[in-house]
Each structure stands twice: as structure tokens, then as C-alpha cells.
Design a protein around this ligand. Sequence first.
Ligand code: IMP
Ligand code: MG
Length: 177
Amino acid sequence: MENGIGEVLITEAEIKHKVSELAQRLTVDYEHKGLTIIGILNGSLIFLSDLIRHIPFPVRIDTIRANAYAGDSIFPKGEVDIINSISLSIKDEHVLIVDDILDTGKTLSKIVQIIEKHNPLSIEVCVLLNKAARREVEIVPDYCCFEIENEFVVGYGLDFDNKYRNLPYIAVLGEYR
Ligand code: IMP
Ligand code: MG
């Protein structure tokens, strides 16, 4: 096992299966009306790129860059910085916001508010992981691949101190500091 990594919670095969199932659901729900996907960087990087390659109809893609953590901490700093916003026009478009994980809910609820100001026809939220026990701001994902317990996890885009995003599976963070 790689240095600093604990138990593997979700394997690469399990992720692949769920991501392709999710793409099928999105196809049923959006193919006839069109879709603009907005990924939250950096965490959604791997999930977003795998998901969109399973979608068989033309989607528009944009990203927002947000930052909820201060450096090498597993505790959110309590406020969310938006570093880069979208550049596509989403007025009268159906929008799906994609992130790695819903934790306290602060990041996604802030991003939903920002996106609402662009007057899209609809906004839905899609996450790879949901850590419902940690919620501070009420927000329920419209699409979610896996529910997880209150543990700090890394891999498949999720980082600790900007490391471990490249792991192809999701694991609990082991010893750190
Ligand atoms: P929230 O604003 O508390 O919902 O958290 C949003 C961001 O915190 C996510 O997009 C992740 O980048 C990060 N985050 C929350 N939980 C974890 C975790 O267990 N591992 C790695 N990053 C996490
Ligand atoms: Mg993130």
C-alpha cells in the first residue's frame, strides 16, 4: 500500500461501474433537452473526465475553480474561495454541477448561488461521494455515486495537501503530518 494510505473503501472497478451507470441516467434525463456540465476544480478533475467520456450525446463543459481547505489540513477553513468562474453562457441552459464530494455543503451551496445568477433553466448537483453526516448547509445531491461515512478519503481526484489525487481508487487517509 502507498505511503500514508489506509483502507481502500471503493475499488477502481466499483468506481468504473457506478460512473458508467450515472452516465446512462444522465443520458435518459438530459439527452432530449441538452446539458452544460460545470465541474468544480481541482477535486472533480478525474471524475469529470471519466464521466463525460461515457456520455454519448453532445454536452458543453466548463469549470469553476474553488478552494475550501487551507494547505495540509483535513479541516475546511470555513469559507470557500472561488478562484475562477465559468466562461460559457448558461442563460436558458440546463446545468449540472459536478464535484468530487459533498461534505459540509458549503462549497456546492455557494456555487449553486453563483450559477443561479446566470439564469440557467435548471441546476442539478452531481457528486461522486456524499458524506451526509458532516452536512452543515442543507443540500441534497440530485445524483450521487457512493454514500460514505465520516472519514477523510483520498484518491480519484480527492486530495490531502494536494497529493493522492492520482490514485485510481478511493482510500481512507492513513497517518499524516
Ligand atoms: P464542503 O464545502 O465541506 O462540502 O467540501 C467541499 C470540498 O472539500 C470538496 O470539494 C473536497 O475538495 C473537500 N473535501 C471534503 N471532504 C473531503 C475528503 O474526505 N477528502 C478530500 N477532500 C475532501
Ligand atoms: Mg474540492
